[in-house]
Write a protein that binds this ligand. Sequence first.
Ligand code: SDX
Length: 428
Amino acid sequence: MADKQATLTVDGKSYDFPVLEGSVGPDVIDIRKLYGQSHMFTYDPGFTSTGSCESSLTYIDGEEGVLLHRGYPIGQLAEHSSFMETAYLLLNGELPNQGELDTFTRTISRHTMLHEQLATFYRGFRRDAHPMAIMCGVVGALSAFYHDSTDIADPEHRKISSHRLIAKMPTIAAMAYKYSVGQPFVYPDNTLSYTGNFLRMTFGVPAEEYEVIPAVEKAMDRIFILHADHEQNASTSTVRLAGSSGANPFACIAAGIACLWGPAHGGANEAALNMLQEIGTPDRIPHFIERAKDKNDPFRLMGFGHRVYKNYDPRATVMQKTVREVFDALKVTDPIFETALRLEELALHDDYFVEKKLFPNVDFYSGIILSAIGFPTTMFTALFALARTVGWVAQWNEMISDPGQKIGRPRQLYTGPTQRDYVPVAKR
Ligand code: SDX
């Protein structure tokens, strides 16, 4: 029995609901019995005030700009951890010791190869197909090849399919890039790290040795950590909803990829760099800020604003620092970075953005780094999907292993016609 109660009174009738407390963050009002008691629904399009599940994976304090994975601050994980270590943490709840990390990393590396017939799926796409279209198709097709790990009731199947998805996403993403530039696919080299393997499969060519640049490998691995998981965002909620029907994990992750593609979500990293390139020089920034403030103009500052963060996205802080590190390592620069810094400075001093608490988010600087490393903008969201597969898989496992899990089935406020009789066409 919850200690705290909430009471709802409608037309003089009162309904009591338990208030549940988490380990940190807002309490929730458990309204599961609302419809049965009152024949009413709550109404929350966009889920601005709705908790969809209980989870112990990731905690966000949007007012304070805090992001924790299993209690560990994202800044500390980005600084000291690796993507494989963070993946283990999200999947298992604790940081691994060296033996556990080595075993996990070796297991993942043994699943990096794709069934050879999957390569033919790529040849069905035009060369200029968007990599996210390819990712949606190929990841969805995985369930046609790995029947031996689609029984979601079997914990061993869940474990194998989780490892397969995490391991194969770099191979699938790298192949999407190779296909788009007409170069041969490069097979995984499991003597390399997870991220080094991905860089070699993407930028290596059969004709010569590929040397992984440690600073680039570290920056890429850190970018993967920053994108690993983020509570119940749109694509994670999509994966959970798909999984609640009992769909196989490959289909659920394909659904997450489709949702992530939207420019309001993971597609914002591609849109943000395109926007910065359209702005070009700092003198053109005021014009675009005015457009972003104009209610009659659909233009928004891409990479700015967030449903939860009403403070600086802690991932953007790390991302901005990483831009400088990659520029130094590659001895390159990009005037777009100066434009981005100036845009941030002007926006954060503009009443519109201050009042609406709009800050740079994870997508604002990431494209500048990815572009400096050599990725085309069309690959940015595919890289986001590669990294977020860890969070999607961890959230899916948490949901499926909950014995109380039910299929997700929201209701509605109906405003259409009430019942009426059919009229034959001759009488209309
Ligand atoms: C990600 O949920 C997650 O955790 C997502 C993510 C993750 O890791 O999974 O963090 C990844 O998706 C980051 C967000 C990437 N998207 C963008 O950068 C696209 C640009 N941002 C916006 O479209 C918007 O900020 C959203 C979609 C991110 C959030 O939208 P909300 O929460 O629905 O807020 P809203 O659209 O109601 O905006 C509130 C107000 C509105 O003005 P009013 O109608 O109240 O007058 O702020 C304005 C908006 O017009 N606004 C912006 C703006 N973002 C919001 N105005 C100009 N530029 C913007 N970027």
